[in-house]
Ligand binder design. Structure first.
Ligand code: ATP
Length: 454
């Protein structure tokens, strides 16, 4: 897929305030607070008409790049609820905890692992300097119950991370498809965490969606595949953003690494929140399959078809989030720029055309001229079959362009009086506001080449 144009940032390029994105998302129907009429629930959101299009595009593009375009990767879709033993084997029941402190003075709550070291040592609130309480431990797993008869109901959990289904289905995938190591299994799915400090809009939610690749390798090839996926995932994110110098790797220090991990990297992106994780690249070795073998008493080893060697495969994991991608792409794309042609500044979302929720808007120059309207509706109906399109005849043409800029629509097609003479239309491009004249017959192909990934 073509890359988004690089917009080099300098140290004085301002970061987009989160409030601007929250306001735009509500105003234009990307994201709404969940249960708003009941005053909402912290860390849970609904997606509106444009939000659902954007999410679908983000998901589809990930799936296309990871599953469709890789011969040695297949996909699954596992259930949100699994047997409770899964979460014992994975270590979540015991270790999926946050340690929290409260400030006795200002009552703010902090995760200890998010506090600066000096505040932890001095037991001092980073906001007001007040004394902090003793740390308390909270498990993040969300409990639920299966069954209806009291006393016979089984306690289990909404999955705390989506990837466990991949380990559970590993043997089924090997047996039912023709995959051979090295190969990967992908999944996109909801995960639930009782985050004790949800916040920053979609950044830290209680219900969110993750995408994972678990790539199974022979131990001798672990390093090679780890390096391969690390680079590949970095390039994937880089291709989608304008501010390419706001993306980097952060290597985990020895104190952060799991006992089985030789290395781990976060792909981080810099926003108003500072450098924060976008996706993690993890060296999981044979930890997951070995643990599930041990807890289930089932053999999860793999036998090489050629050498007959039997072993537990090692795993490279790449794990990111649909919602965090949604948020970061909006923060990256949002711009308020002075309009050289007009008096007002314009708000524009410079989203990659293939990701943008609406691909094209069809605009008759005037809504009271029947011939213009009939032709415009005809063009719109043809385009609607091929891509998400909008028809808009309300207000002057400049305003209609602005409305589409604000939701990131890459192309606007205007039907004017010349159209009635020679069947050509004006195609106006979002980022540079350049205009070209194209015949109606060529329009579908012209747009498709520019708004799809290939
Ligand atoms: P953190 O340390 O920030 O709590 P994590 O290291 O636990 O995050 P992972 O378990 O590795 O995160 O999850 C993989 C990806 O899922 C993250 O990179 C992020 O994109 C996304 N993610 C994790 N937690 C949340 C959340 N509460 N809300 C939204 N997205 C999340």
């Amino acid at each position: 897929m073509t890359q988004v144009e690089n917009k080099p940032t300098t140290s004085d390029t301002p970061f987009v305030p989160m409030e601007k994105i929250v306001a735009l998302c509500k105003r234009r129907g990307f994201v709404y607070p969940n249960s708003e009429i009941y005053d909402g629930v912290a860390g849970i959101y609904d997606f509106g008409p444009l939000g659902v299009e954007l999410r679908n595009n983000i998901r589809r593009y990930w799936w296309w790049s990871m599953v469709q375009m890789n011969d040695n990767v297949v996909g699954i879709e596992g259930a949100i609820i699994t047997h409770p033993r899964v979460w014992e084997a994975s270590g979540h029941v015991e270790n999926f905890v946050d340690r929290l402190v409260d400030c006795k003075n200002c009552k703010r709550r902090f995760r200890i692992d998010h506090l600066p070291a000096e505040n932890v040592i001095q037991n001092k609130c980073p906001e007001c300097g007040g004394e902090l309480t003793e740390p308390r431990t909270f498990n993040l797993l969300m409990e639920t119950y299966l069954g209806v008869v009291e006393g016979e109901r089984m306690k289990t959990y909404l999955r705390g991370e989506a990837c466990q289904n991949i380990f559970l289905d590993f043997v089924n995938v090997v047996k039912s498809s023709r995959v051979q190591i090295p190969f990967g299994i992908c999944q996109i799915g909801k995960a639930f965490r009782n985050e004790v400090t949800p916040g920053n809009f979609l950044f830290r939610q209680r219900e969110f969606e993750q995408w994972d690749l678990q790539f199974f390798v022979h131990p001798s090839e672990m390093q090679q595949w780890f390096d391969y996926w690390k680079e590949k995932r970095f390039e994937w994110y880089k291709g989608l953003i304008n501010h390419k110098d706001r993306l980097h790797f952060r290597e985990h220090g020895p104190d952060e690494l799991a006992h089985y991990a030789k290395q781990a990297f976060d792909i981080e992106y810099k926003t108003i929140l500072g450098w924060q994780e976008w996706e993690g690249i993890h060296w999981r070795q044979d930890w997951d399959l070995s643990r599930h073998s041990e807890y289930s008493h089932k053999d999860l080893s793999y036998t090489d078809q050629n050498t007959r060697e039997r072993y537990i495969p090692w795993i490279v994991e790449t794990s990111g989030g649909v919602d965090r991608t949604f948020l970061y792409l909006l923060l990256d794309a949002y711009e308020e720029e002075p309009d050289p042609a007009g008096k007002e500044s314009r708000t524009v979302l410079r989203l990659h055309p293939a990701i943008a929720p609406v691909k094209v808007a069809v605009l008759p120059l005037q809504k009271n001229k029947e011939e213009l309207v009939t032709t415009a509706r005809d063009v719109y109906k043809k385009l609607q079959r091929l891509m998400v399109a909008q028809y808009d005849d309300v207000a002057n043409i400049g305003r209609r362009y602005r409305r589409q800029d604000e939701i990131g629509t890459p192309y606007c097609v205007t039907i004017d009086f010349q159209t009635l003479d020679d069947r050509t239309v004006t195609v106006r491009e979002r980022d540079h506001m350049t205009q070209v004249r194209i015949s109606i017959d060529e329009l579908p192909m012209y747009l498709l080449e520019r708004v799809t990934w290939q």
